[in-house]
Design a protein around this ligand. Structure first.
Ligand code: AMP
Length: 394
């Protein structure tokens, strides 16, 4: 039996999911949030029991993992009986690595070294890895990198047009993120249409709180919207996506510090900055109520999407497939309809009924005969991480 515990360590949270890799399904999952704050919260859904709570202060990731271990012991499933064979860690930045890696001291050192490029994310991942290794020294630990799928981006896509010496010295290039999702979803979309991925040209839209789009030609990505960090590209829940770099210079000259700018672009921008809310459901409610800020936020979001999908369509020499995934992409038919409508002149034709149907699984939502097939494919990053963990250990 191959059961993998997948860990996603954020700066103040720890998410986990126990995955039965053969069956391709979760056995239990949970999350500890507000780690290090006055009052933390946690929830665990196992078999047969579940638990949720708040109030207790969880000091750090090691204690969060102890919480999880206690929840497994009390509410099931029993990790030993479930056949736990490995722990797979989601690591945001993997630098130039194109494959998952069994975590040795050298690999961990490298993850920590990449903190320069992903300060919040990689520090949290390294903390989670150390804590998990201390709790389960008998198990192999594997790092699955969010950048790995994009390690082979063509030079023209991965290069910023800045002084090449500076770029080399500081490892400044486009890395791409959400790679586990783009890889998983493009493979699943190919299955859905019954053709090998190697024969397909796909534009994949991962629209969640974070958002990115990729152009995938066969089995390899040729471009993606996130760059050096997950800040570039589309408008996101709280992140700006693309802007003129001189915005930063202007604010820096006005006295803004690096920390101020980081907070502005990562936490106070995007849908939140424009409308006051980062959740797309709430944005939709405000749109319906005629809120002008929500309208503008929606329009800027859509405008950016049209530019990217249209551009990637050209870059691929014509896409065969447009695939929607993640929270907004999977669950917001109005947004899908608005985008595909704008792309109609390029050969994207929606089936309004199929698009609006409250279905859950992978499905085609374009009209029969649409030159480009439009599909909705739920992402499952934890399953992808668990599969890659097992694969690398084989
Ligand atoms: P994610 O980061 O993939 O969890 O996506 C979060 C985003 O998806 C938020 O903006 C949510 O409003 C949106 N979302 C999640 N579930 C739904 C749903 N059932 N209907 C509409 N929007 C949703």
């Amino acid at each position: 039996m191959s059961t993998v515990l997948v860990l996603n360590s954020g700066s103040s949270s720890l998410k986990y999911r126990l995955v039965d890799v053969e069956a391709g399904r979760p056995l239990a999952e949970g999350v500890v949030q507000r780690i290090g704050e006055e009052e933390s919260t946690f929830s665990h859904t196992g078999a047969p029991g579940w638990a949720a709570g708040e109030g207790h202060r969880v000091a750090d990731h090691a204690e969060a993992l102890e919480f999880a271990a206690a929840a497994f012991a009390e509410h099931g499933p029993d990790l030993e009986q479930a056949g736990l064979t490995a722990i797979g860690h989601r690591v945001v930045h993997g630098g130039d690595r194109s494959e998952p890696a069994v975590i040795t001291p050298e690999v961990l050192a490298e993850i920590e070294e990449l903190q320069v490029l992903a300060p919040l994310h990689n520090r949290a991942a390294a903390t989670g890895i150390r804590a998990a290794q201390a709790l389960h020294p008998e198990l192999p630990h594997v790092a699955v990198f969010d950048t790995a799928f994009f390690a082979c981006l063509p030079a023209a896509s991965r290069t910023y047009a800045i002084d090449r010496q500076v770029a080399r010295e500081h490892r400044i290039r486009r890395y791409g993120f959400h790679g586990t999702s783009h890889d998983f979803v493009s493979a699943r979309a190919a299955e859905l249409v019954g053709r090998p991925r190697s024969e397909l040209r796909q534009v994949v839209l991962h629209l969640g709180n974070g958002a990115s789009v990729s152009a995938v030609d066969g089995d390899r990505p040729v471009d993606t919207s996130m760059g050096l960090t997950p800040l570039e590209g589309l408008v996101m829940g709280t992140r700006s996506g693309d802007l003129d770099p001189a915005v930063l210079l202007t604010l820096a000259r006005a006295g803004w510090t690096t920390e101020d700018l980081d907070t502005l672009l990562n936490r106070r921008s995007g849908l939140l900055g424009l409308s006051g809310v980062n959740d797309f459901r709430e944005l939709t409610r405000r749109l319906a109520a005629g809120d002008p800020d929500a309208r503008l936020a929606h329009d800027v979001y859509l405008h950016r999407l049209v530019r990217y999908v249209g551009g990637y369509h050209a870059l691929l020499g014509g896409a065969d497939l447009l695939v929607f995934t993640a929270g907004v992409g999977e669950n917001n038919p109005a947004l899908r309809a608005a985008l595909v409508d704008r792309l109609r002149p390029l050969g994207f034709v929606l089936d309004a009924e199929a698009n609006a149907a409250p279905a859950q699984g992978p499905r085609v939502v374009s009209a029969p005969g649409s030159p480009v097939t439009v599909a909705v494919v739920p992402t499952d990053e934890e399953l992808a991480i668990a599969r890659q963990t097992v694969a690398v250990l084989r």
